[in-house]
Design a protein around this ligand. Sequence first.
Ligand SMILES: Cc1cc2nc3c(=O)[nH]c(=O)nc-3n(C[C@H](O)[C@H](O)[C@H](O)COP(=O)(O)O)c2cc1C
Length: 536
Amino acid sequence: MKILIINGSPKGERSNSLRLANAFAEGMGTRVSTEVETVDLSKLDIRSCKGCFGCWKATPGKCVIKDDMPSVIEKLIAADVIVYSFPLYYFSVPGILKNMIDRMLPMVLPFMAERSDGVGSGSHPARYDMSGKRYVLISTCGFYSAKGNYDAVCGMFDHICGKDNYEKIFCGQGELFAIDALRAQTSAYLDTVNKAGAEFAGSRISDETREELSRLLFPKEQFEAMADASWGVSKDEGNTEKADDSLIFTRQMAALYNKNSFDGNERILEMHYTDLDKRYQIILGKDGSTVIDSDLREASTVINTPYTVWVDIADGKISGTEALGKHLYTVNGDFSLMVNWDRYFGVEKPADKTVSGKKPPVMSAMLIPWCVFWVILPWLGAQWAIIPLAVAALTPAFMIKHELTIYDRLSAGAAAILSAAALITGDTIMPRIISYVIFGGMWLISCFTKEPLCAAYVKYNYGGESALDNPLFMKTNYILAACWGIFYLLTAALAWVLGGHTAIFSILSNILPAAMGAFTAFFINWYPKHLASLPQ
Ligand SMILES: Cc1cc2nc3c(=O)[nH]c(=O)nc-3n(C[C@H](O)[C@H](O)[C@H](O)COP(=O)(O)O)c2cc1C
């Protein structure tokens, strides 16, 4: 199938609309075999129609102007699918595209004809067989939504292609497609356009996909704040001074603030660009964000970063957590802002799913068999070991919606075997000592692998597999895994020494893990914050 993309943006290859058109054509290519050709009008010499009607009278079918238009007409005739890709200019098509359309006059015959679709008051018959061709209009515009802006465009194409005889994808907030920092949002939209292309190649774009295509990239208010900030000029009348790049950048970042994340406390985030020796504060409040560059207040969180590093983070060249882990920037003050960055700055988190499509693993899948084992054996005796045995056997089934880690499987297996051993031998001490050795051993051995035990579970809260590249995350998890490993090996030793059945041991074996839990809760907050505040 021959697809001809007419790129009607004066920006040529840098066109936002063209990104959508390419995604659409790629999508078509996933369904049918395609041959895609793009005609970049900005690079062609296509002069405006003289209105001489020479192409109807003196040289029928041939224009008197000698430029690049004849080759475009050849391609239009040969194509199976014609995709008009263009920006909205003054609620219509850009001049270069209108020029091209006017120059399509040689493609029709001069005679008057009736229209069957009720559009307008007449038409001219086609000079060439254009039946069976499919048309697609793909366009981005600058306002927050495409709604209501394309009446003139549709009015014109109803005449050219036939009433509604074309597919259309019109997308507001078009300039966002050029911003690397917003790739997460724009690529999700491009994926939908790609899907639309595949569906179009099959038959037609589904209502569900159409609905997705009409969704805004950002809410109106947030988009407009970002757009206004991007110009770098003040709204104040008479103020023609262009703002500093770092200030424009900070304003755009502030515009991403999601005011729904406001938790009752106003936060002041200070961006200290160390290489520029500049400080700006973003005040994150109930009604939105404000950027100030003078009369700075006491900040709740200060980010000390070279401007270049923060731009790289925004452009997705390095993740914020990875850069922090590498000490490329430091953070002082309230670290919770960093932990919840995505919530405050509105970048949607991808759905919590693992590679297998299941929900991420949960640590309770590993802990439940052990906890039941450790509670039942000392308090009810070996004859009740059937309970931990049953729990260990059933836990994987209860956790069917979650991916299971190797530790979940090992724990269920070991707890089941030790419960069976207790049941058969009637001994509760040795199986418990062995259980502590196995449990502690799992934690310790995991420290010699690329993924310490706790990381296998919590990494999904920190970006999934990419968390493993984050030195801050990894250091914290290795230390904790080692602590828990040593703790349970010591517990095994204590159980051995105390005989496992004394009241002291039973109390200690409950209190000490609770204390370790409290230490863990403290450590996971304190340690990353401590590391983040250390200079390079
Ligand atoms: C001269 C001019 C006129 C424009 N007119 C409109 C308009 O009427 N409505 C609108 O929403 N955006 C308008 N825009 C914004 C563009 O449609 C928007 O930036 C678009 O995403 C550019 O797409 P492109 O990168 O494919 O050229 C206009 C831009 C320019 C330069």
